[in-house]
Design a protein around this ligand. Structure first.
Ligand SMILES: NC(=O)c1ccc[n+]([C@@H]2O[C@H](COP(=O)([O-])OP(=O)(O)OC[C@H]3O[C@@H](n4cnc5c(N)ncnc54)[C@H](OP(=O)(O)O)[C@@H]3O)[C@@H](O)[C@H]2O)c1
Length: 258
């Protein structure tokens, strides 16, 4: 049995997150790796590092399988947002079909701290229902794709923060749209929530530092947080730091040939 070390590993990174960009930059600077960063194309002006990239869907699982084969991808990394369920499921299916090793790079989930007033929900629709009959002032920081779920509760006053406007615009009689991209500071979050007299903050448990300040601000102001928990993930090797993932990639590179 012989040890084989391939000269250059082609790594397809399913991106859309800060972590994916950081991984792409790190691999690009290492001659042992040949990274390709893939974006869905959801954000109108994405932050793109100076790394080879492609933008747009693959065309379902079959399209991803085809891409992996045509581009002789050695390793697939799912570094998408923890709530991007569909592409993550496609990655699992495509890896299984092609035999290309798959790993997930993600951020640790946020956990409640003393003083927090969290209520946890399995999905956005159940959080929308739980707002109740009485009109409340609600701050939505869940991205733009599921804002429509709050049309079931039109009595509330919504402050919606997203990077791009929801399309189509939600049919909500009391709404204000704030277009902004993090990171956000604690001071600015306190000012915003206090100014808007927010009563409930709705957020996905994305984890990470860039948007953490809203939770600190909510705790300080005694605001209730409706936290959408992450979907169940498949049984795939998962890493929460770049270094841990790089170690895994190194192991794959030095894997014994059959
Ligand atoms: N959902 C969120 O809360 C959220 C929040 C922030 C950022 N994002 C980012 O926005 C992007 C799309 O999110 P989503 O919620 O639409 O995902 P999704 O529902 O899991 O994916 C929908 C479809 O978009 C395409 N797609 C998604 N990510 C892709 C990628 N990195 N490269 C190529 N195609 C991709 C795939 O199309 P095909 O089937 O045609 O391949 C996929 O089937 C991801 O990059 C994600 O990380 C999502």
């Amino acid at each position: 049995m012989e040890r084989t070390v391939k000269a250059m590993q082609r790594v397809l990174i399913l991106g859309g997150t800060t972590q994916a960009n950081a991984l792409a930059v790190r691999l690009e600077s290492d001659p042992q790796y040949d990274p390709i960063l893939s974006l869905a194309g959801r954000t109108q002006a994405p932050v793109l590092p100076n790394v080879r990239h492609r933008i747009g869907g693959f065309g379902g699982v079959d399209g991803l399988i085809d891409y992996l084969r045509r581009h002789a991808v050695d390793v697939l990394i799912d570094a998408t947002h923890p709530f991007a369920e569909q592409i993550s499921a496609h990655a699992v299916a495509a890896a299984r079909e092609t035999g290309v090793p798959l790993a997930v790079l993600t951020r640790p989930a946020w956990a409640p701290q003393p003083g927090d007033r969290w209520r946890e929900f399995p999905d956005v629709a159940s959080a929308a229902r739980a707002l109740g009959a009485e009109p409340r002032r609600v701050f939505l920081t869940i991205g733009r794709q599921q804002i429509g779920d709050f049309e079931a509760a039109p009595q509330h006053d919504y402050l919606i923060r997203a990077i791009d406007p929801p399309a189509p615009p939600p049919n909500l009689p009391h709404q204000k749209l704030l277009l902004a991209r993090g990171p956000f500071t604690f001071e600015d979050e306190v000012k915003l929530m206090r100014g808007a007299r927010v009563e409930i903050l709705v957020t996905k448990n994305s984890g990470g530092a860039a948007t953490l300040a809203k939770l600190d601000a909510a705790r300080t102001l005694g605001i209730e947080v409706f936290m959408i928990n992450r979907p169940q993930s498949a049984d795939v090797p998962t890493f929460e730091t770049l270094d841990a993932l790089l170690e895994f990639l190194e192991t794959l590179r030095h894997r014994k040939a059959p």
